[in-house]
Every structure is written in C-alpha cells, then in structure tokens.
Design a protein around this ligand. Structure first.
Ligand code: SAH
Length: 355
C-alpha cells in the first residue's frame, strides 16, 4: 500500500486531493475531526466510490443470511435476543431446515451462506460441524460463513476443518471502558479480541466491526475502533447504526445516525481499500434508502435474509428491522432492483476478498 501524507483541510474545496493516499496515514486527531463534521462528506463518498470501483468495479456480493437460533446465553445490554429478554419467543432451526434455506438460496443465486445466531450451546461443535460439512458437500462452490459468537480455539479449528470459510465476530467497541458499559461482567473485550486473533490464526477470512452510535460512544472510541481494525486486518468489516430495542436496558437510548454510519463506511473503504464491507440490514432499517446510500459510500456487500419467514420477527436484535414481513421472501428480487438503481450489480459469486 502506498503511503503519502497530506492534511485534511477544513474547507471542502481545499480537499480536492483527499483520495485514498491521504487516509492511510491520517492521525488520530485528523480522523476525529473528519468524523465530527459533514463538510467533507461528498468528497469522502466520491473518493470511496472511486476506490471501490477501482478494486471491485460495480460488483455487489450477496450473502444469504440464515438466522438459525435466537437463543443466547449472553446478556448484552443493547441486543434484543439477550437471555434477559424473557418476552421474546425463542426458536431453533433444525439442520434440515437450515439445509432447506440453502437450497432456496442456491437457486436464487447465493454462493455464500451465513449461519448467524445467538450464543446457543444447543449447537455443539459436533452439530455445527455436521451442518457445515453437509452444506459444503452439497454446494462445494459456496462459502460458509459463521457468526455464532465466542467459542474455544479448538471449536473454531473444528469448524474450519469441517469446511467453514469465514467468520464474523464484531468487536463491538475497542475501548475497554466502553465495552464494560455495553456488556455484563461475564464478557470481556480481551476475550473477544483473542477470539478474533484465533480465527485469523486458524485461517478463516475474518470479519469484525462495531455499532455506530451505541450508548456512551464518543468519537475517540470510533478512532480506537478503526485503529484496532488496522491492527487486526480483517477481510470483512461490518458496521451498522445502533438501533434501540424496547425490551432491553437500552430502551431509552437513541438510535445511531445514518450520516455518521455512511461517513464511517467511506472512511473504512479508503483505509481498507480491499475489504468486503456490507451495507447492513441495520442501515436499511434506520432509513428506507440506507443500504443504497451505503453502497454509494463504498460498501460492496449486501446480506439478504434467507431465514424462513415464520421466524424472522423473532430474530429481533433491534426494533423495526426490515424484511421481516410476509413479503420478505422476495428480498432478493427487491434488493436486486435497489442495487441496480444505485448503479451497481449483484453478481453470482462467492465474493472472496481481492488482494
Ligand atoms: N452472537 C453473534 C451474533 C450477534 S448478532 C455474535 O456474538 O457475534 C450480530 C450483530 O448485531 C452484533 O454483533 C451487533 O453488532 C449487532 N446488534 C445487536 N444488537 C443491536 C442493536 N440493538 N442495534 C444494532 N445492531 C445490533
């Protein structure tokens, strides 16, 4: 990667040269200043889109998201499927039901399946490995991504050997004190970081990321988040706005903003030109055009829901999540139109990182 220093000016017209090069060795103060103002936004988004086009063209990769369990042993204060939420009806998909989602997904053109769930020990390593190898045997041309939280090194290793290709585990916040304010004592940032290092070590394509606008978040935390990502060098980076869930301790906190999330997507594209960055469901949930705007700000992945329509409302991470109604089976078609209208196109591909 090229490194060329240059200051970010306070006036947008002085920022004609704020492309990729600038962002690679931006200082903490410059980064903080950039995040706190909207005056650079249009140039940021244009630069991010240019970088994304240079590396990925107009391709958008799709991931079929299968939310296979909403049981969770953790009690994160922000999350609607936390174990302390006793009013939420719980569900688990059987291996066969998961397979049915993959069959549907494959026929729709998905070549990556993301198995996401709460931390649910019902799915032992053995059961997970069986599910993974069944999918990989049926669809050797597809990638399997896991997003099931923190597990032991040996569990991750077993999943990898069973054929899992990628793993998503957002660090949520890279600041210890902030982490404490979002999670109960039983959880630690240190353990989360170790899990991420283990995943990389084992050979997974790893994804991390954070919520934007989570309660108590300050600009300095976001700067730390970016610095942590630079250290980790993940293949995938997922960010989305925090969205209030009415049955959590954070019921009275306000949502993260569309604008800051878009700004961060652009900054991440410039700082991690090759990363796979989704325009997330949370982004689409705070604004009807959120995902389209995310793509235009540098995102290159979308993750439509492949879960059975009957369980989608119950995978309730936050209030007013999109694509949970009866029309949800049409997600792929609807998203395809949205992506095309934004000037990009969905491709049938595993969509591995380009390096
Ligand atoms: N158990 C898995 C999957 C968690 S759900 C794991 O631990 O990784 C996936 C992501 O949803 C989380 O990483 C979190 O960043 C996000 N999320 C949870 N609650 C949210 C909320 N209220 N608003 C926005 N995003 C939320």
């Amino acid at each position: 990667m090229e490194k060329r220093g240059c200051k970010i000016a306070n006036k947008p017209e002085e920022n004609k040269t704020l492309p990729l090069e600038t962002m690679l060795d931006v200082s903490d103060n410059e980064l903080a200043a950039l995040l706190e103002t909207d005056i650079h936004d249009s140039i940021l988004f244009e630069s991010a889109d240019r970088v994304r086009r240079r590396i990925y063209g107009t391709d958008v990769y799709i991931r079929g998201l299968i939310e296979f369990t909403n049981y969770c042993k953790n009690n994160c204060y922000y999350c609607g499927i936390r174990c302390g939420n006793t009013v939420l009806p719980r569900y688990r998909l059987s291996p066969q039901e998961i397979m049915t989602c993959c069959v549907t997904g494959y026929n729709l053109g998905f070549r990556t399946f993301v198995l996401q769930g709460g931390e649910d020990d019902y799915y032992s390593d053995e059961i997970m490995c069986r599910i993974i190898s069944e999918i990989k045997t049926a669809y050797p041309d597809c990638a399997v991504t896991l997003s099931i939280g923190e597990r032991a090194y040996k569990s991750y290793k077993a999943f990898f050997e069973a054929g899992a290709d990628r793993y998503l585990l957002r660090h949520e916040t890279a600041d210890d004190e902030h982490y404490r304010l979002l999670h109960p004592e039983s959880m630690s940032l240190q353990n989360r970081k170790e899990c991420l290092r283990n995943l990389k070590d084992i050979g997974f394509q790893a994804g991390s990321g954070f919520m934007v606008g989570s309660p108590f978040q300050k600009t300095e935390h976001l700067v730390k988040d970016i610095r942590f990502l630079q250290e980790l060098e993940p293949e995938m980076i997922g960010i989305g706005p925090f969205i209030t869930h009415s049955d959590t301790p954070f019921r009275d906190y306000k949502n993260g903003s569309l604008e800051l999330t878009l700004r961060l997507i652009a900054v991440l594209r410039l700082m991690f030109p090759y990363a796979l960055i989704p325009a997330t469901t949370a982004l689409g949930s705070i604004d009807p055009n959120g995902r389209e705007l995310g793509l235009k700000a540098g995102a290159n992945v979308v993750m439509p829901n492949l879960s059975p329509v009957s369980v989608r409302k119950q995978y309730s991470l936050y209030d007013n999540k999109i694509c949970t109604g009866e029309e949800a089976a049409e997600c792929k078609v609807c998203l395809q139109k949205r992506v095309e209208l934004s000037g990009y196109q969905i491709v049938v591909s595993r969509g591995d990182v380009r390096k």
